[in-house]
Design a protein around this ligand. Structure first.
Ligand SMILES: *[C@@H]1O[C@H](CO)[C@@H](O)[C@H](O)[C@H]1NC(C)=O
Ligand SMILES: *[C@@H]1O[C@H](CO)[C@@H](O)[C@H](O)[C@H]1NC(C)=O
Ligand SMILES: *[C@@H]1O[C@H](CO)[C@@H](O)[C@H](O)[C@H]1NC(C)=O
Length: 443
């Protein structure tokens, strides 16, 4: 289990009591001082947004993504000529990339990106309906009154913003960067690294895109007074040291991000977060890569729906790619070239649909199994829906399936639109991680 900080414990009390018995809400919360009225309100609104973002027909979303992958790969434009480095008009190999990377004027049409997300995060538009904000200053010296021009200033503004960067920069966050809703962080055209400090926190927010940044060597912050919105400054307990922590948030899209070496997880999605797509990322050198759901007692994560697509899980990774609880996770067309313990795991009967991935097992004979179930005997987990379809198994890798619902509705629809098999993964994930895009040229 991940380190669960004090905030999580008290928020669990808040959310569970809110969902179960509303009259106990105040009593429960009043025992825990740090959740001020502002955050109580945000928690209630976020839960409502998560429930609205939850899709009662997840099989339609998984099918839709398979449909788009097939369309790109069978389309007449997908010739060898197009895929040739530098000379072809467009090197994009998967449907998310194909939507924007071929446009030489991407720098003038940045917001087109917001139309490109697929999977459970498909309604995420980030700052599409707001102005641009250009980050010009890499410093992070004032956590309470961030200097205009800094990333912290940008992400705490009211209203939608599409945040871009004047130049390449290294940003060392002194404490966690607490984002507000309706924001895009878009570092295309610059090399932006968030390193050697705290990570990014998406707490009780909706509608955020994080695109084309490096996040590595992230450490736990010590907490303290931090501005988290234009009209609010709050006291934070120490942060866990996650690269990106998604907490009670919905409609989140993380695309083309390169991540490694964070003190806790690279990406954690917990406390009723849902409608999330994590795509085209490159993960390396890390133990606990992704945690979806932090608690076996928080059934509020049953609404969690996450797509993990076209990512490369690369060298130096150990486990949790991802580790899931309660929710529905679609793991599609990812390249798993390295793991030391296992790739995909979970507890509390999550649904895991693994399609068209490539799993290359490590040499260790004891670590060939892709899957790992925790805290459950086989008689318990045998009815969890964990399905492998079209996955390419290499070097002795094997996926232990479970679930009695395979051939019944709703998953029979998976057979209507076939996934692209794992043999295509190398092509689909070839440009994972950050891209170096130049204005005036296809990216
Ligand atoms: C192929 O390219 C043309 C022009 O660039 C475009 O109109 C068409 O939709 C593309 N077809 C596919 C299947 O992507
Ligand atoms: C985000 O944008 C949506 C759509 O414009 C709006 O309804 C919502 O209130 C915004 N959220 C915040 C916190 O500003
Ligand atoms: C799974 O099995 C457990 C007992 O082993 C049972 O309580 C539960 O209802 C089953 N769930 C489904 C979806 O069949």
């Amino acid at each position: 289990m991940a380190k669960v900080n004090k905030n999580i414990v008290l928020l669990r009390v808040l959310l569970v009591s809110f969902v179960v018995i509303i009259p106990t809400l105040h009593a429960a919360v009043d025992n825990f001082v740090p959740l001020d009225g502002y955050w109580k309100q945000r928690a209630v609104e976020a839960r409502k947004a998560s429930l609205e973002a939850y899709d009662p027909h997840p099989e339609e979303i998984t099918s839709d993504l398979n449909f788009h992958v097939n369309k790109v790969l069978t389309g007449s434009n997908n010739t060898r000529r197009n895929l040739k480095k530098n000379t072809g008009p467009c090197r994009a190999t998967n449907p998310i990339d194909r939507c924007w990377r071929c446009d030489p004027n991407w720098a003038k049409n940045r917001k087109k990106l917001a139309d490109c997300v697929l999977g459970f995060g498909r309604n995420t538009v980030g700052g599409k309906y707001g102005p641009y904000y250009v980050v010009t200053d890499s410093s992070d010296d004032d956590l309470v009154n961030p200097k205009p021009g800094t990333l912290r200033y940008a992400v705490t503004q009211d209203g939608p913003l599409w945040i871009i960067f004047e130049r390449s920069m290294i940003i060392r966050l002194h404490e966690e960067l607490i984002m507000t809703s309706n924001k895009t962080i878009d570092a295309r055209g610059a090399n932006v690294r968030i390193v050697y400090g705290a990570g990014i926190t998406l707490q009780f927010v909706q509608n955020v895109i994080i695109h084309n940044i490096h996040i590595h060597n992230i450490y736990a912050g010590s907490g303290g007074l931090i501005r988290d919105a234009m009209n609010h400054v709050g006291i934070r307990t120490p942060s866990d040291g996650d690269g990106i922590s998604i907490f009670g948030s919905s409609n989140i899209w993380i695309d083309h991000v390169s991540m490694s070496q964070c003190q806790d997880g690279l990406i954690d999605a917990i406390m009723g977060s849902t409608a999330i797509t994590i795509s085209n990322c490159h993960f390396t050198n890390h133990n606990e890569v992704m945690l979806f759901g932090a608690s076996d007692s928080f059934s509020g994560d049953e609404i969690m729906q996450i797509t993990v697509a076209f990512n490369h899980f690369g060298r130096g990774l150990v486990q949790r790619m991802p580790r899931c609880r309660w929710g529905f996770v679609h793991v599609i067309n990812n390249d798993y070239t390295h793991w030391l313990m296992y790739a995909i795991g979970g507890s509390s009967h999550p649904t895991i649909i693994s399609q068209g991935n490539r799993f290359i097992a490590p040499p260790n004979l004891a670590a060939k199994e892709v899957t790992k179930r925790d805290y459950a005997s086989e008689s318990e987990w045998s009815n969890w829906t964990w399905r492998s379809d079209g996955d390419l198994m290499m070097n002795g890798a094997f996926f232990v399936q479970s679930g009695t619902e395979f051939d019944k509705k709703p998953f029979s629809r998976l057979d209507v639109i076939k996934s692209r098999p794992g043999t295509y993964v190398k092509r689909l994930t070839r440009f994972s991680g950050t891209l170096s895009c130049k204005p005036g040229l296809p990216c």
